[in-house]
Design a binder for this molecule. Structure first.
Ligand code: AMP
Length: 282
């Protein structure tokens, strides 16, 4: 039997609920999202439920991780559909704060992240990880979860947040979840809704190019040559621009090290939509 999760919009009520769960000895997992939920998000919720007694899903479109020219205004918002979806899953509570609750007048603190945040996304969205780190730090101190689940779909984000939690001794564990894909390989994303039918047909080429690149590296192709080939393949397929396709150390996101696992990370524009994806090279 499924039960509708409770929606909470006030910090006091959230804190009281979590404190009560913790006092009963229950563990709490947090799944932070910006809403427009799809099966990838629900995978995170299911993983959360397998690792903790209670699951809190936060839904907050964080203005501080968008630059003024980015898609904050048109980012899909569909709270009632999201609540419905979560009702079929394992979420116990939805934390849906207002912007005023998150950033009241006078709010003036921002977390600065280095290390894994350097390069890749930061070269193109310099404001991004500061905004993500700040909102996640707030979410962690609001919810006080024992664990928080993030998707490997946003691999650099996952790595940056693991680093932040380690660096600041935050008392929770960050757990990564595998990327959920469509049958044709396209990673599920709330931004896929922006794609035209023609673009949607081209989009899976990004994943295919990353697979080919990973296979090339495994069979001895130089990482630069393999990632350049992937960029050429997506451009040939009709992508408008490749921001980056790069092989990095899978743990630090620094330059590839001999004998260390690699991750190939990519961001590319299909028309006006920016898609990101990544793949491991064992
Ligand atoms: P978002 O709402 O898009 O910011 O994403 C919220 C969380 O869902 C992040 O931890 C993402 O990495 C994760 N996520 C997004 N898309 C996927 C996917 N296709 N598979 C697994 N996790 C995902």
């Amino acid at each position: 039997m499924t039960q509708q999760p409770m929606i909470v919009i006030e910090l006091q009520s959230l804190r009281a609920w979590v404190a009560n769960e913790h006092s009963k000895g229950a563990t709490v997992a947090l799944v932070p999202t910006m809403g427009a939920l799809h099966e990838g998000h629900l995978d995170l919720v299911r993983l959360a439920k397998s690792k903790a007694d209670r699951v809190v899903v936060s839904i907050f479109v964080n203005p501080r991780q968008f630059a003024p020219h980015e898609d904050f205004d048109r980012y899909p918002r569909q709270l009632s559909a999201d609540v419905e979806r979560l009702g079929q899953g394992a979420a116990d509570l939805i934390w849906s704060p207002s912007t005023a609750e998150m950033y009241p007048a006078g709010f003036a603190t921002r977390i600065e992240v280095g290390g894994a945040a350097l390069g890749l996304e930061t070269d193109f969205r310099p404001h991004f990880f500061g905004g993500v780190a700040t909102v996640c730090c707030k979410l962690f101190s609001q919810v006080m979860p024992d664990i928080a689940i993030f998707g490997e779909k946003d691999y650099q984000q996952l790595t940056v947040l693991k680093q932040m939690v380690r660096d600041l001794n935050l008392p929770l564990e960050i757990v990564g979840a595998p990327t959920r894909r469509e049958a044709d390989g396209l990673a599920l994303s709330s931004r896929n809704a922006y794609l035209s039918a023609e673009e949607r047909a081209i989009a899976p080429i990004l994943h295919r190019a990353l697979e080919a690149s990973a296979a090339g590296i495994r069979s001895g192709t130089d990482t630069d040559a393999a990632t350049k080939a992937a960029s050429a393949a997506v451009m040939l397929a009709g992508f408008a621009k490749v921001d980056y396709i790069a092989a990095r150390d899978a743990v630090t996101l620094g330059p590839p090290q001999l004998g260390h696992p690699l991750r190939i990370l990519a961001a590319a524009w299909l028309g006006k939509t920016r898609l990101i994806d990544n793949i491991g090279v064992a």
